[in-house]
Design a protein around this ligand. Sequence first.
Ligand code: FRU
Length: 452
Amino acid sequence: MEIVKTHKPTFHVTGEQGWINDPNGLIFFNNQYHAFFQHYPHDTKWGPMHWGHVVSNDLTNWKYLPIALAPGGKGDKDGCFSGSAIVHDGKLWLLYTGYEHNFGGESIRQVQCLAESADGVHFVKHGVVIGTDLLPSDYAPCDFRDPKVWFENGSFWCIVAARKIAGRGRILLYKSADLFNWEFVNDLFGKDSAGTMIECPDYNQELGYLMFCEQYQPSENGIHLNVHTCRYCIGHIDYRTGRFVEQSRDIVDYGFDMYAPQSFVGKPIVMGWLNMWDRNVPSADYGFAGMLTVARKVSVVDGRLWQEPIVHCAEVRKASGGNTVQDKVVEGVLKISATNLQNFQLTLRSNGTNCTKLTLQDDKWVFDRSNSGASIVGVEQDQDSLAGIRKMPISNNKQVELTIVLDKYSVEIFQDGRAMTSTIYPPHGADDLHLSIQADNWHYTRYQICTN
Ligand code: FRU
């Protein structure tokens, strides 16, 4: 089926056409940022997975390259699932999950495969390098996926999501001298996760954090309401024991739509999938489904993962004083700083009928997309989810620095290192912004995306 894309976000990555999910193989190679992503080009629904490919110089303007991996090789007959990249011997290597169903009478097989490229554009597959023979016998061969590879202490290491046959999600650590021959080291936590299965584990050894997604993870204390969620743990892998030594943990994002975040190799930069499983995707009507988040600079501050958006943009409007701002904006970056913030009500992407809201209520940012446009329905049954609401704590209203990254179909909200990310599908022409604010002192600045 040929898909025609009729609308698209201005600066968020989507497929050239069709469906995308997780970012894969995020890496800086040959002087460019490369982002790959799970991709089905022939429909706006998930299908046999390919790896789509884009490159950028500034992490804001992305250019399509040919599809990097397509299913049909040894071990990946039915799909090239998520994975990661590494530079070795001047070449770009991809370690990804090969997916096969109806294999030898069994229903599903997931194995880890290797591919190589000298130019960063064309890839040669090497087949399976971590097969089910390297999966301990009490783990399920149908849930063994999403390898994240890195190099440290003279060895290649990778973590792979797995599941015990009669259990829940696990993360397994492997080691190799050459990327081709791997040995099993240990199960990072040595116990079941809260989610039924873990997906897309990611480790950043320089900053010292692990991120992973959990499927069907019960919510905790009114946050964490998405049925599938992503978590981070601050700490380090102890290579002698093969265990993760954890200091603290929390959720990666407070919004509706952020999944499968991955770190760029050797850089403090993360991108995620700006969507969520088990929801309708209204943009399918315009020929695309799924986007990537903007790149986010990450750091670890007081045991917390701190995120700030990286967007190439230029200042176009400033306002301060009084209690309101009226503006028009469909895509761009908004920064609002305030001292002793008491009241905050922001209406975005409004046309008088539809709008999206961000307010401050009881020391929480409250995001409301219930009337933002085309309806988005998930499987979540809690009150906030049914009401189109997500909340994020505000830790300090004395000095607030709020950043909002807006694109045609998304809102990414950042404050005090936290992030709240959601899709919206407003009608064409809904571009009014109204801010009502009470603070001792405040500034509103709007930036326009620098496209090239
Ligand atoms: C996460 C995920 C991965 C898998 C991929 C398939 O969103 O389910 O576990 O590799 O998507 O597209």
